[in-house]
Design a protein. Structure first.
Length: 213
């Protein structure tokens, strides 16, 4: 199946060259690129392997439905402040990151003590800024101030660290989130599983020898 796909891609590429009016002398260059890719596939490709879902730390950091469900379990959804977060979620999915930030800020102007919205603000600011910026850190700090014994602020701050590529920095926050989650709470197991994946990743990274400069 992998070879058939490769041949189909090659044929599509050649048809695209014709459709785009690429001059014939350049076809050899494009053909060489396709041959190079085919050679790499022949040497390293493993088409017999069954498809598998993504693993590792990337699988615990995406905007998947499981994370939204976890947030709802932690912080609730059946309240008026949640309407602003639901709107921000929709804007995030459509790529409107700035609008998502404005939606959460609008909610905070009305519900200044909302734990959900302060956590949400940290999340949308991290997505908007592409890093765990000072405003995002301030939002997470405000959430922790409002509910110092709640697992949500450290958990979502840890997730923001992971999304920023700061995996080691995330670890103490997730450990604290797990410690703050009582036994028997429905979402405790999911926090523990995500922390275990992070620990496995960090252990694997530590075992990789440093490359020479």
């Amino acid at each position: 199946m992998g070879w058939l796909t490769l041949l189909a891609l090659a044929a599509a590429a050649m048809l695209a060259l014709v459709a785009l009016g690429v001059r014939r002398p350049l076809w050899s260059l494009a053909g060489a690129g396709l041959m190079l890719g085919a050679t790499g596939y022949a040497l390293q490709g493993r088409p017999a392997l069954p498809a598998q879902p993504a693993r590792g730390v990337a699988a615990i950091a995406g905007d998947d439905p499981a994370l939204l469900s976890l947030r709802d379990q932690m912080l609730g959804r059946n309240n008026t402040a949640a309407a602003y977060m639901i709107a921000a979620d929709a804007m995030q999915r459509s790529g409107e990151k700035r609008a998502a930030v404005q939606a959460v800020l609008g909610g905070l102007r009305r519900y200044r003590e909302s734990l959900l919205l302060w956590v949400g603000l940290g999340n949308v600011l991290t997505a908007h800024d592409g890093k765990l910026s000072a405003p995002a850190l301030f939002a997470f700090d405000q959430a922790a101030r409002l509910a110092p014994s709640h697992p949500a602020p450290p958990f979502w701050r840890g997730l923001a660290h992971i999304r920023a590529g700061e995996f080691a920095a995330a670890r103490p926050f997730w450990a604290r989130a797990l410690a703050l989650t009582p036994e028997g709470v429905t979402y405790r197991r999911e926090i523990a599983q995500r922390l275990a994946v992070l620990d496995a990743y960090l252990a694997e990274v530590e075992e990789v020898p440093a490359t020479g400069r």
